[in-house]
Design a protein around this ligand. Structure first.
Ligand code: NDP
Ligand code: 2IT
Length: 448
């Protein structure tokens, strides 16, 4: 590794030794920036790497709320405002017991490059809480969201920072958060959150966008090999927002999705999760808030609490649950079973060794910051529509999303070629996202 890059990476580990997922995300980006750093000495001269790995601001706060028994509970809330060089901070909120500063730094760092790739004016941010919405009543979730917003409201705004959903934060949570924001500030109709409900400013296609976008990106990769989705067998993990709509788009394009999972286990449905079965999953997960095991019981298919969908033979794999969910052994099994393409619906779902295995086997591999950028892109389109006091139709938003995903593919592909490793989408996406942010920071001077 280049000595400048290595010193920045060592600095990160020394300053925050207890943030392993952030180290992992930073190393993956830093390593691939080497050809750009060598070609353009200005990035070292202007200390861009030292600056870009450091969040502009970290906000941490107490979130007290009362549970259904009237007892006071306390959680931690965070917002990491990572980089505002190309626009207001933008990124989701995650509610999950594993949330801490290091986790959100990994996600905020990734978001900065992802948002740059979308071509829209959005900086990088991420936030959330160690609150676990699982098993909570709607009233408990509402009280938590209201308390969370009691602090967050002062740090966000359409020109400051625009949060959205992520794991554990969907339409229900965004609704409560937005309702609280309006009550606290008396500001209505400003795009302070995206992923809002359709009736109060949300964009059509935002719920579908991450899953659809991931499949659009995979389609673009397949095109480079004169192939398409039709007739392909697809394994998907997760069964939340991203997994559901990735399944829908695959099916629309004539592919067959044969697996889904949640944190308890996974199902294998060799006949395929068709439109009717997917509607059942959506009701199970979004309304009844049940477990994927119930799918196996209802449709009489295999369920396992051990292992993962990656042991099943498939053409395309779309990990869409969480970070580090595909290890080296699973990547090897996918390759041995003939996988053609891997598209990351989730953020950093493949461990570094798994990525290496895919790349060595010449599998079309799309890193999350490129493949799952459709969600935040459509958040950007929601911001644009709110600013116009106007809405685009479903078809219009979907066409724009499709175009953005095709553009991101083109940037990643062409950048990989320009920097000497054609088809390496990790290199292409990292350098492609980096250059715009870095050049903006240089142009705006040492304070940015
Ligand atoms: P959801 O909360 O809707 O769904 C998450 C799914 O992943 C659930 O099935 C959940 O199972 C599973 N999961 C979560 N944590 C774990 C874990 N530690 N181990 C195993 N399974 C787990 O979230 P999303 O679908 O929105 O997000 C999925 C991924 O996509 C995340 O990595 C997120 O950062 C990324 N992403 C999301 C975007 C969006 O617009 N929503 C945009 C871009 C990326 P269980 O219910 O049992 O916890
Ligand atoms: O990881 C992500 O890109 C998201 N969770 C979506 C962020 C957003 O602002 O829509």
């Amino acid at each position: 590794m280049d000595s400048y890059i290595e010193s920045v990476y060592e600095g990160i580990k020394e300053k925050d030794p207890d943030q392993p997922v952030f180290h992992q995300a930073a190393l993956e980006v830093l390593e691939t920036l080497e050809p750009a750093i060598k070609k353009f000495p200005k990035y070292k001269e202007f200390a861009i790497l030292e600056r870009i790995v450091e969040p502009e601001r970290i906000i941490q706060f107490r979130v007290p709320w009362t549970n259904k028994d009237g007892k006071i509970q306390v959680n931690r809330g965070f917002r990491i405002q990572y980089n505002s060089a190309i626009g207001p901070y933008k990124g989701g909120l995650r509610f999950h017991p594993t949330v801490n500063q290091g986790m959100l730094k990994f996600l905020g760092f990734e978001q900065t490059f992802k948002n740059s790739l979308t071509g829209l004016p959005m900086g990088g941010g991420k936030g959330g809480s160690d609150f676990n919405p699982k098993g909570k009543t709607d009233n408990e979730v509402e009280r938590f969201c209201t308390s969370f917003m009691m602090e967050l409201y002062r740090h966000i705004g359409q020109f400051i920072d625009v949060p959205a959903g992520d794991i554990g934060v969907g339409a229900r949570e965004v609704g409560y958060l937005y309702g609280a924001y309006g009550k606290i500030t008396n500001l209505h109709g400003t795009c302070v959150l995206t992923g809002k409900g359709r009736t109060f400013g949300g964009s059509l296609i935002r719920p579908e966008a991450t899953g659809y976008g991931t499949v659009y990106f995979v389609q673009e990769m397949l095109k480079t090999r004169k192939d398409d989705m039709k007739g392909k067998t697809v394994c998907i993990s997760g069964s939340g927002n991203v997994a559901q709509y990735a399944t829908e788009k695959c099916t629309q394009l004539g592919a067959k999705v044969i697996s889904l999972s949640d944190s308890s286990g996974w199902i294998h449905d060799p006949d395929g999760i068709d439109t009717k079965k997917l509607a059942w999953v959506m009701d199970l997960k979004n309304v009844r808030r049940g477990r994927i095991k119930e799918y196996a019981e209802h449709f009489k298919v295999d369920y396992s609490a051990k292992g993962s969908p990656w042991s099943v033979k498939c053409d395309i794999s779309l990990p869409s649950a969480t970070q580090n969910e595909v290890d080296a052994k699973e990547a090897k099994a996918l390759v041995d079973n003939g996988v053609i393409a891997v598209g990351e619906g989730a953020n950093m779902p493949c461990v570094p060794e798994a990525v290496e295995i895919f790349q060595e086997a010449k599998v079309l591999y799309a890193p999350g910051k490129a493949a799952n950028a459709g969600g935040v892109s459509t958040s950007g389109l929601e911001m644009a529509q709110n600013s116009m006091r106007f809405f685009w139709t479903r078809e219009e938003v979907d066409a724009k999303l499709h175009q953005i995903m095709a553009n991101i593919h083109q940037i990643a592909y062409e950048t990989s070629e320009k920097f000497g490793d054609k088809g390496n989408y990790v290199l292409g996406a990292n350098i492609g996202g980096f250059l715009k942010v870095a050049d903006s920071m240089i142009a705006m001077g040492y304070l940015s």
